[in-house]
Design a binder for this molecule. Structure first.
Ligand code: HEC
Length: 167
């Protein structure tokens, strides 16, 4: 009996950890779900916004990384997902001249599917705010805001980021 309750505890604990990772995060108002393993994606580039003092890394799923490394990103291939993770900046407490990430602001993503997202340039957009990952936007109209600001780089397949050069 003791063994059984031990087992039940283990199952309970592991279910809890699965839940806190995925099912707890609500989809964006347009139905797009948070990609489950994005924290393990590889880096495409990084950026530093000097108007609002924030640092970003731009990451991609396997399809996006393959395209980035092969310099085949105009257009990005079907199934590519680009992510951007944003933090407030601060000076490193041990080395004042270095700028390092502070509070986490948001994670946002662009999903390439030319048919499904034809109305917004072939990309689906979604953003989750803060450490509790609250979906951004009151309704699905929020994607028009994303699309409008990415339209100036239409001739780069709506993507600002140029993959970093690597040896
Ligand atoms: C005010 C303009 C603006 C708005 C609104 C905007 N973006 Fe962007 N986005 C940018 C700029 C500029 C970059 C590149 C610089 C950087 O990384 O911060 C970028 C970069 C990105 C990237 C990395 C790929 C790329 O294009 O470089 C993703 C992913 C992204 N945005 C998603 C979104 C999503 C999702 C929304 C809407 C919820 C959104 N953006 C709204 C301006 C905007």
């Amino acid at each position: 009996m003791k063994k059984l309750s031990y087992l039940v505890t283990i199952i309970g604990v592991s279910l809890m950890s699965v839940n806190s990772f995925s099912a707890d995060v609500k989809p964006a108002p347009n139905g797009i779900e948070l990609p489950e393993n994005y924290k393990d994606w590889k880096v495409i580039s990084q950026s530093h916004r000097i108007d609002n003092n924030s640092l970003r890394i731009i990451i991609g799923n396997d399809i996006a990384i393959q395209a980035a490394r092969a310099h085949e990103t105009n257009p990005w291939p079907a199934g590519a997902v680009l992510g951007k993770l944003v933090w407030k900046q601060k000076n490193d407490e041990h080395w004042n001249k270095a700028i390092v990430p502070d509070k986490f602001i948001h994670a946002e993503f662009m999903f390439k599917d030319s048919e499904k997202y034809a109305a917004t340039g072939g990309w689906g957009y979604a953003r989750w705010l803060g450490l509790d990952q609250k979906p951004y936007g009151n309704n699905e109209q929020f994607t028009l805001e994303c699309f409008a600001c990415h339209t100036p780089v239409k001739d780069r397949d709506y993507v600002y980021t140029t993959p970093v050069s690597l040896p």
